[in-house]
Design a protein around this ligand. Structure first.
Ligand code: SF4
Ligand code: SF4
Length: 369
């Protein structure tokens, strides 16, 4: 697939822990309770220093902190890890994705000194954001974002559009502008397509598993994920989605972007998609990759706490992934995760709208809002 010298971007999952409970996140069952087999772990500064020695960091262009299962602001060593990376390679671009609803403003001020971009996932306004970003607190998010921005940090507002917040897009964009966010971008989630079909809504559960409300895609068709609709049409035909997974052309994003994903357990995957293997009841296809991994040395063979990253990505499992793409069907070994996420109609390709660059607001003007 690639060698260590090719890698330019690292996607680093600092933790599997999170203060929030977003219903479509891999870490929990519909926002109700955390999936049973998810380990609660953080990467430490020492582990990152061992996995990413200076000679490797020097060749990198970007490290992005965002995890399948956790928010980087929860990991104890996030600031220290960012400081280490920047000290070794001052040209490296550092970024993270967050719900923004943890830590105190002084931590966010320190973050602004070392981070190049912070993407805040804020899906609505004070009366709607918590419907998806469950267990987050509006006033905490606003105070933290303001502290980060006022300390000079480059903040981007990312807004996942649902039926319950589509009427607030303009107001949120204006709030972003007045607070000093640099960009505002809509996300059209592809996650209403799951278990091989497009769902009209998702029931949200409490901790006992009882449905308490539902979330729905936006009514405005332009704000929906186009690929999800396309796949929904394919899936409604007999064997349609299975045939799609067998035949779609796979274009590996990790290979194109020259990137790696390192999980909070120190495991090295090409991408977050194959790394997403703790899934509760929701997906069977992860077992296919785990079986392939067992045939190529098992979990220890991708553990960067046990062996160098160069050895891992030139090892058998990475060759096995590439070989799988040319198999004639999922039943014969083609990885369904690769077809589903990097195939021609993947919902991941159409989830972002173009970012809107926000006109900077003078500090005095900001203070009046
Ligand atoms: S903030 Fe991120 S990691 Fe936390 S529950 Fe939501 S999507 Fe998952
Ligand atoms: S899912 Fe498969 S094809 Fe897509 S980036 Fe990951 S390894 Fe590559």
């Amino acid at each position: 697939m690639y060698s260590q010298v090719d890698i330019r971007r690292i996607h680093l999952e600092m933790t599997t822990r999170c203060n929030a409970a977003c219903p479509m996140c891999s870490r929990n069952e519909r926002g109700g309770f955390q999936i049973a087999d998810l380990p609660q772990v953080d990467l430490t500064l020492l582990e990152v220093q061992r996995m990413l020695p200076p000679h490797f960091i020097e060749q990198l262009e970007q490290v992005w902190l965002c995890g399948n299962y956790g928010d980087p602001i929860i990991a104890p060593d996030t600031l220290e890890v960012l400081t280490y990376l920047k000290a070794v390679n001052p040209k490296i671009r550092l970024g993270l994705n967050t719900n923004g609803s943890a830590r105190k403003p002084d931590w966010w001020q320190r973050l602004a000194r070392v981070l190049d971009h912070c993407h805040f996932g804020i899906d609505g306004l004070s009366d709607t954001n918590h419907l998806y970003r469950r267990r987050t607190h509006w006033n905490v998010i606003m105070a933290n974002a303001a502290a980060f921005i006022d300390a000079g940090g480059a903040a981007h507002w990312e807004f996942i559009v649902f039926r319950h917040n589509e009427h607030q897009i303009s107001e949120a964009q204006e709030l972003a502008r007045t607070m000093g966010f640099r960009k505002f971008r809509l996300r059209k989630t592809g996650r209403f397509f799951f278990d091989g079909q497009l769902h009209p809504a998702l029931d949200i559960q409490d901790t006992s598993g009882k449905t308490i409300y539902s979330i729905e895609p936006p009514i405005d068709i332009c704000l929906r994920n186009a690929s999800s609709a396309e796949l929904g049409g394919i899936a409604s035909e007999r064997n349609g989605y299975a045939n799609y997974l067998d035949t779609t052309l796979i274009e590996c994003k990790a290979q194109t972007e020259r990137e790696l994903y390192i999980s909070a357990e120190g495991l090295v995957f090409p991408c977050c998609y194959l790394a997403s293997w703790y899934r509760g009841s929701r997906r069977k296809r992860d077992a296919q990759f785990q079986k392939l991994l067992e045939q190529h040395g098992g979990r220890n063979s991708i553990d960067a706490r046990l062996r160098p990253i160069g050895e891992i990505i030139e090892g058998g499992i990475y060759r096995g992934i590439v070989t799988s793409w040319s198999q004639p069907s999922v039943a014969q070994g083609r990885l369904a995760t690769c077809s589903g996420t990097c195939g021609g109609d993947s919902p991941n390709r159409h989830q972002y709208t173009n970012a809107i660059y926000l006109k900077p607001v003078h500090r005095d003007e900001r203070d009046t809002h």
